[in-house]
Write a protein that binds this ligand. Structure first.
Ligand code: NDP
Ligand code: 2IT
Length: 465
């Protein structure tokens, strides 16, 4: 029995016939079919190029054209969401859920509310999520959803009415063992609470169909902290391979939302120097490194008052750069982009490297453009792609699902310990598949290969559909 399962990988490898997958041909065809989806094509390109060789080691994959079924989402729901604002005006937004792949577990991934949301962005995020979730060692497939609704400047009641209208449609397609959403940009505890509440009303049952829930109704301790803390844990694993201590290292952080703030909090605890934070309007610098008191005031300003970095910088008398990203404003040892996709371009990456930056650990999803990634790999710095470095968030979501299923609640210490183990495990997988002959670890190749193999073997075992 066990023997049969164990033998499968060797069977793949021993097949001598079968044509090879050619990454460039496959990508050209995808480009022809989805010409208006640049972010989706960018995410697929990065993965396909790094797994081409390992994919072709298993001819059985190409025999069933597995690559095409792995890149095209299982299904996409899109719907109109109409809601009434505080002035009585009827407003309409788009709503989506991309269920990408459930070969290794129920669909799982966040919901993004931002004016820029479109299908290309959600398809890239759902694709990335599939590989990220595979790396976590937990049983979760990949999905992403969202809307071009922006919570910025809306009242709580407007946000609530929107969330209810959105969930009215989405509730038909999700479930604790089907598809489990969570937060992402523009979706935090408030939005998850409103969506979960409406879901529960519609379904007339209390199940763990959302993660990132409030602590009083099934949420896990440490979920808010998990992505930022997890990214720092991943960074520590990378630094350990070079014997580098994080203390006093100058770190650039972009963003000032959930991921960025908890990244800063953990870095401060470890004695690192946080040099920057930002939002979509500009960057605030901390020339002496952020203090604990400055962090607490920023946290309050952002989380409780939903304020802007410009106001914070003025209050604190700190330098503020309107319309600028952090990367070229100073020299940094480490960069932790934690805002959004494509927020570091090739020139900025080169400026970081030239300025002495020796580690980049991505809190955001795909924050580096293809040109930026090429700069980091060329310079052979420690560079962790988001699907490895920011996997702590969805990992603790997986732990929240486990606690909900058991009807148990674990302590913060237990969850944090598990999170640290998972990040260490992900790091080991990256090293296993990403180490090159000269000892350099290509974390992009490592993460893509490890994430891919698990999903591909599961898909192959389950047949063609
Ligand atoms: P938040 O909404 O809490 O914060 C987002 C931050 O990024 C804000 O400071 C926001 O500024 C800024 N930002 C958003 N869009 C843009 C943009 N187009 N240009 C410049 N700045 C922008 O989101 P999160 O912290 O949850 O998410 C940040 C990143 O981390 C995203 O890439 C997300 O996909 C990723 N991520 C999140 C996880 C989670 O658990 N939350 C897990 C793994 C990854 P402003 O307020 O001005 O909009
Ligand atoms: O990008 C991500 O991993 C998230 N937004 C978190 C997803 C989740 O289901 O916790």
């Amino acid at each position: 029995m066990g023997g049969f399962a164990m033998a499968l990988p060797r069977v793949y490898k021993n097949q001598l016939t079968g044509k090879k997958m050619k990454a460039q041909e496959f990508l050209a065809e995808l480009q022809r079919r989805f010409p208006n989806e640049p972010e989706y094509l960018q995410a697929v390109e990065e993965v396909i190029e790094s797994i081409e060789d390992v994919y072709n080691e298993y001819p059985a994959f190409e025999n069933v054209n597995l690559i095409e079924r792995l890149c095209i989402p299982d299904r996409i729901y899109s719907f109109r969401v109409s809601w009434i604002d505080d002035k009585g005006k009827v407003r309409t937004n788009m709503g989506y859920r991309v269920q990408h792949n459930n070969a290794i577990g129920p669909y799982k991934g966040g919901i993004r509310f931002h004016s820029s949301v479109n299908l290309s962005i959600l398809k890239f995020l759902a694709f990335e999520q599939t590989f990220k979730n595979s790396l976590t060692t937990l049983a979760m497939g990949g999905a992403k959803g969202g809307s071009d609704f922006s919570p910025r400047g809306k009242s709580d009641m407007e946000v609530m009415r929107f969330c209810q209208a959105f969930m009215q449609e989405l509730s038909r397609h999700i479930g604790a063992d089907t598809d489990v959403p969570a937060g992402d940009i523009g979706v935090g505890g408030r939005e998850v609470g409103y969506m979960f509440g409406w879901y529960k009303k519609m379904q007339r049952e209390f199940t763990g169909t959302f993660t990132g829930k409030g602590l009083d109704f099934g949420g896990s301790l440490m979920r808010p902290e998990a992505t930022g803390y997890g990214n720092v844990y991943f960074l520590l694993n990378m630094l350990a391979t070079k014997g580098i201590d994080i203390k006093d290292k100058k770190v650039a952080i972009s963003g000032s939302g959930n991921v960025a703030l908890y990244t800063a909090e953990k870095l401060l605890k470890l004695g690192a120097k946080v040099m920057s934070m930002s939002d979509s309007e500009g960057t605030v610098l901390f020339p002496e490194g952020m203090t604990q008191e400055q962090f607490e005031r920023l946290f309050e300003h952002k989380i409780y008052f939903r304020g802007r970095c410009s106001e914070y910088a003025a209050n604190e008398n700190l330098p503020y750069y309107s319309g600028k990203r952090p990367w070229t404003l100073m020299k940094y040892d480490i960069a932790m982009p934690s805002a959004t996709q494509n927020e570091i371009n090739g020139e900025e990456a080169k400026a970081l490297v030239d300025g002495g930056c020796f580690a980049v650990s991505e809190g955001a999803n795909m924050p580096s453009t293809r040109e930026a990634v090429a700069e980091f790999l060329k310079a052979k710095i420690l560079y962790a792609p988001g699907k490895a470095a920011n996997a702590g968030g969805v990992s603790v979501s997986g732990l929240e699902m486990a606690q909900n299923a058991q009807k148990m609640k674990w302590t913060a210490e237990e969850v944090d310990e598990k999170l640290q183990e998972i990040m260490k495990d992900i790091h080991e997988q990256c090293v296993k598949y990403g180490k090159t002959e000269d000892g350099f670890v290509n974390y992009v190749k490592g993460a893509n290969t490890a994430g891919f193999l698990k999903v591909a073997k599961a898909m192959h075992a389950q047949g063609v559909f």
